[in-house]
Design a protein around this ligand. Structure first.
Ligand code: NAD
Length: 256
């Protein structure tokens, strides 16, 4: 592990432009369960496909009920050690962008500016009308459901209101995908952190980085499907690995 951390610190030091790609594993240290680990969301619930969400009020109510179960943990969470090191790498001018699959808004809360964050799966801190795009707060949606026992509809155009996240079967956000592609093609170092790398097309970005000759580092507590592609794989707890790496790089260089 010590050798791995030395190697990672050297790769970061020699990088011209690094991109960080994060999954649910960066936020488990903040009390937000990931999808696939034991006790994770998926082990309890089968995901609701976008078409099923659209098709019935009953399914939408079930989707909202499930979301409220995780929303309180998400709303109360604060950035953990991994978010802080990533923000430090951004402010040190090493990392240009953070591409995230997470919907918990914690990269923004850790001080990475909006223009450097690319949210591939949207943002769960608010909701949106699927027809006109009007923004709604989660508390508003909860109050609507509690008052009427119906899923919420847009006050302006009567469209269906959904968390501003991307569900299975829903189209990926085009602008975010284009920004992620551009950032990936500019990177000479790509750090994939806390992701099982099983959800596509998100997991295609590490592959794209590698085929564009970037060096690929994967840090995860368990093997991922892309380990064979990587220049360095570190199996460990993210907060520990990243904090130790920041120590190697020198706390003055990485203010976290
Ligand atoms: P995933 O659950 O498939 O993979 C997370 C990986 O992180 C797992 O392999 C797990 O072993 C590893 N991990 C967990 N905690 C770790 C730690 N402390 N140190 C090292 N490794 C750790 O999640 P994914 O790859 O992000 O893909 C699933 C989808 O789940 C994504 O689309 C994402 O949108 C969504 N999701 C987001 C959140 C969030 O916003 N925090 C939470 C759950 C799921």
């Amino acid at each position: 592990m010590e050798d791995d951390i030395d190697e990672l610190a050297q790769m970061i030091q020699s990088a011209g432009r690094a991109v960080v790609f994060t999954g649910a594993g960066v936020s488990t240290e903040c009390g937000i369960p990931d999808f696939r680990s034991p006790g994770g969301f998926w082990t309890r619930y089968k995901p609701i496909e976008f078409d099923d969400f659209l098709a019935s009020e009953e399914t939408r109510l079930e989707a909202w009920r499930r979301y409220f179960n995780i929303y309180d943990a998400v709303a109360q969470a604060v950035p953990g050690p991994s978010h802080k090191v990533i923000a430090g790498l951004y402010h040190a001018g090493i990392v240009s962008h953070v591409i995230t699959q997470n919907i918990d808004d914690l990269h923004r809360a850790s001080g990475v500016p909006e223009e450097a964050i690319i949210e591939l799966h949207g943002n769960g801190s608010y909701a949106k009308c699927l027809s006109c795009g009007e923004r709604y707060e989660i508390a508003w949606a909860r109050a609507q459901i509690e008052a009427g026992r119906r899923p919420p509809y847009c006050s302006t155009c009567a469209g269906i209101v959904k968390t501003a996240t991307i569900s299975f079967g829903q189209a990926m956000p085009e602008a975010e995908m284009a920004r992620a592609r551009a950032a990936t093609f500019d990177a000479d170092l790509f750090l994939a952190l806390g992701s099982s790398l099983q959800v596509f097309p998100a997991a295609s970005f590490p592959v794209m980085a590698k085929s564009n000759r970037a060096r690929l580092v994967i840090i995860n507590r368990e093997p991922t499907g892309l380990d064979a592609l990587a220049d360095l794989v570190i199996a460990g707890e993210l907060g520990d690995v990243l904090s130790a790496t920041a120590e190697r790089l020198g706390r003055q260089q990485i203010a976290c």
